[in-house]
Design a protein around this ligand. Sequence first.
Ligand code: AMP
Length: 385
Amino acid sequence: MTTIGILGGGQLARMMALAGAPLGLRFLVMDSAADACAAQFVPLLGADYRDETALAEFARRVDVVTFDFENVPAESAQWLAERVPVFPSPRALAIAQDRLAEKSLFRELRIGVPAFAAVDTRAQLDLAAQQVGIPAILKTRRLGYDGKGQFRIRSAADLDAAWAALGTQAERGGLILEAFVPFERELSVVAVRGRDGEFRAYPLTENWHEQGVLSASLAPAAVDAALADEALASARRIGEALDYVGVFALELFVCGGRLLANEIAPRVHNSGHWTIEGAVISQFENHLRAVLGLPLGSSAARGVSCMLNWIGGLPARDIVLAEPGGHWHDYGKSPREGRKVGHATLVADEPERLAEALRRVGAALARDAQVEPVISRLCSRSRAP
Ligand code: AMP
């Protein structure tokens, strides 16, 4: 019996465990939160990631370690890797944890990136603003996610306020100033790389965010073939450079018809949730296959899918269940403002059918604003020659 150890017991661990059950896998999650939602049906080792006694027990009880959360201390990942196989590797994790390191890697790999500069002091912020230009976004290099740890600088008058908001973080892990990208679209590549280097990418996904948090995803995204090839080739180069094992996501902006890389997430990703029902083999199963050295499954899409995130609380489930291609995911979390508590995926054979389903769901749940950008994208696609 193979047991997968997952650092972090949130919804990603929960969906990994659901995907692993038919493969006969057992799981153990490590999380300091007693109410970690994966622990509703996966054994929990409740401890801090820095607790060496707990890490030793974790290493003893599992055959391979992976993550549901990328901000696990790099030293803990390294400590485990000396005792049990850890995928992705602590090196890949360390690079993906640091916005400066990942953007430097993108540049080395000749992948387009927004202008950026490291900021460690208030004086460097002025220099960086001259170098990068304004508007810009000041971000913490580490521990930021879902738009947290970010300050938007609209004019030079905002520099003091940006420093007041994030300056204390400069001492902890550094800051990065990035040019603000007036993007037309946001895309992601969800890709998987096996232990033997086999690489597969899901069709490109288009994403919409609300206040920095993913709101909706549409896949396959209708994009120019050359752009799609470039996005997939970039993901492949990143996977190879990091000798990556498992699923990762590459987040991209489309600006002036060009691709600019924002970041990589070294784990299964929210923009890949649609693959559970909308792809032949889901990102969760492919991640498990990769870390176990099993053959990877097809990443081809089945029809066209839209994933809607439920943030703060769940709407009426029956509305989604009444749709022929409607799928419901309740993470078993208590509602809280800004918290991802579930998602729905709508799958259809044709873009027009998906747009109709989204119109019905959006109206019935009073979520028109959430579905509208997806519907207009689907409609422009069906008008395309
Ligand atoms: P992140 O935490 O870097 O993934 O950022 C969350 C969201 O903020 C992104 O998906 C974008 O919608 C927005 N964002 C982040 N960086 C930039 C940027 N340099 N220019 C414009 N928007 C950005």
